[in-house]
Design a protein around this ligand. Sequence first.
Ligand SMILES: [Zn+2]
Length: 322
Amino acid sequence: MELFIGFDIGGTNLKLGLFDEKLKLLDKDNVANPAGLTAEWLVEHAFQSANTMLTRNGYKLSDLKAAGVGCPGTIDMKNGIIIASPNLPFKQTPLRQMLSTKLGCPCIVENDANAAAWGEYAAGAAKDINDMVFLTLGTGIGGGIISDGMMVRGHSGQAGELGHMIVYPKGRRRCNCGQYGCAEVYASASHTANRANDRLKQGVPQTTLNDVYREKGQVTSKDVFDHAKKGDPFATEIVDGTAEALGLLCINITHFTEPQCVILAGGMIAAGDYLLKKIKEQFKKYVWTMQEQTLDVRFATLGEDAGIYGAGDLAIRQKEQS
Ligand SMILES: [Zn+2]
């Protein structure tokens, strides 16, 4: 049997999955990153974790045919170099070469959101389709675009930063990217909560969220959705703002690559059909009137494992090409 490993490097944890050549998950792990993290440490950590996993399944390092890595940051795909990463000690780090030398097999390095998108494409919610866009609603909004079965990476690997599409040019709050009005400052899970907290701080006369705000000092996006579902007008207004930004984002995405579906991932999808229905309503409001267009919005199905599946599948495909 040919074996492949998919790594998903995060700011605090390293996830890894062991796959066979048909992308069947054989084993997985989630290990905390060591303290005093350096690039060398992380490579050593990945190597040790992979070795442990192979050994406990009765395999050796030499059984490994290729490895894939999903990593946050800007990546020079051609050379496998992490140019910069927001939460990791990578700067011009030749991660592909470092890991490949350590593991003794070919490696492929990919942006983490792209890897998660590829996971849903290869084994998750978009398994049956060829054109999809992936949005993960967390602290920010991560994105990945697959068009005609190909990952859209762009000229320098920065395509798919969909959370930074500007939906309200004169909009609220400066985004981490330096601009105003990015979709993520309205519609990510964190910013949905922030929008509610900003208003609650100023005082909203009648909302059941006041009790939560007083008790905890802040509300979460889950609180906002829970109260909206119970009919609270203020919470509903905040949720509608989130849905409108996501609807606008989906319209822009539709005009861009016309995906067959948009896959939503991240903690906020726990809001379920209530959120989906609202996004679809907003989509309908802004879509072309000359041609009936609908959008298939689905929830991701792989959860936290999307990244390892994506990295694993990219490793398998890399092996097939080499
Ligand atoms: Zn931005």
